[in-house]
Design a protein around this ligand. Structure first.
Ligand code: E4P
Length: 219
């Protein structure tokens, strides 16, 4: 399972990419807004900066609600950077836009997916990846990870090439479970990436090795 960073924060992306474990970045209008990005032009500049840091796919979301608007935005985003994935919501207008943009050869991250049927529709329309939102389903009392499992299993049975990107990841267990469910990608907030590194036995083990080494007269 590949790991993407779910952030529009340039410093977090620089720090995360330095670890050598990050293959892509996902952004959305809320993440952009939380970085003070308040215009299309600023979003473009930030996305270009991210693309300079990382070769992998950068997901950039449209804000139009109608298919024509999404297609126009998607075509524009596709010109911004070498490896864009245009994020399109799982709505009727979204499926229409996914179909048009995917026929143009533009890669699509189908976002805000909350059901297997939405994932099936997106796959038929030409989504490159589908993003089931695990945490937001948990928030309303459903097992979000069950949706990831279902989509992975059905896509495999049906020989569907669209990949599954586990999104709305809220803690490290989500990440573990997404891998166990067979997700191709999980997109993580930076703090969860840091939490994945941590284990108290690693820290105490490093301290003990160093203490033993120094006790023997080494420095
Ligand atoms: C990523 O593509 C999604 O936009 C993101 O994971 C949503 O996360 P949230 O539900 O924590 O906002």
């Amino acid at each position: 399972m590949k790991l993407f960073l779910d952030t529009a924060n340039i410093q977090e992306i620089r720090d995360g990419v330095r670890l050598g474990v990050i293959s892509g970045v996902t952004t959305n209008p809320s993440l952009a807004a939380s970085e003070g990005i308040g215009s299309r032009e600023k979003y473009k500049i930030a996305v270009q900066e991210i693309s300079d840091i990382l070769d992998g796919p950068i997901s950039v979301e449209v804000v139009s609600l109608d298919a024509d608007g999404m297609v126009a935005e998607g075509r524009e985003i596709a010109e911004w950077i070498p490896n864009p994935w245009v994020k399109i919501p799982s709505t009727a207008a979204g499926f229409e836009a996914i179909s048009t943009l995917s026929h143009d050869g533009i890669k699509i991250n189908q976002t805000l997916c909350f059901s297997l049927n939405q994932a099936l529709l997106g796959a038929q329309a030409g989504s490159t990846v589908v993003s089931p939102f695990v945490g937001r389903l948990d928030d309303i009392g459903q097992q979000g990870m069950d949706l990831v499992k279902e989509i992975v299993a059905v896509f495999k049975t049906q020989n569907i090439e669209t990949e599954v990107l586990a999104a709305s990841i809220r803690h490290t267990l989500h990440c573990t479970m997404a891998a166990q469910a067979g997700a191709h990608i999980a997109t993580l907030p930076y703090r969860i990436l840091l939490q994945m590194v941590q284990h108290p036995l690693t820290d105490s083990g490093v301290a003990r090795f160093l203490a033993d080494w120094e006790k023997a007269g080494n420095s």
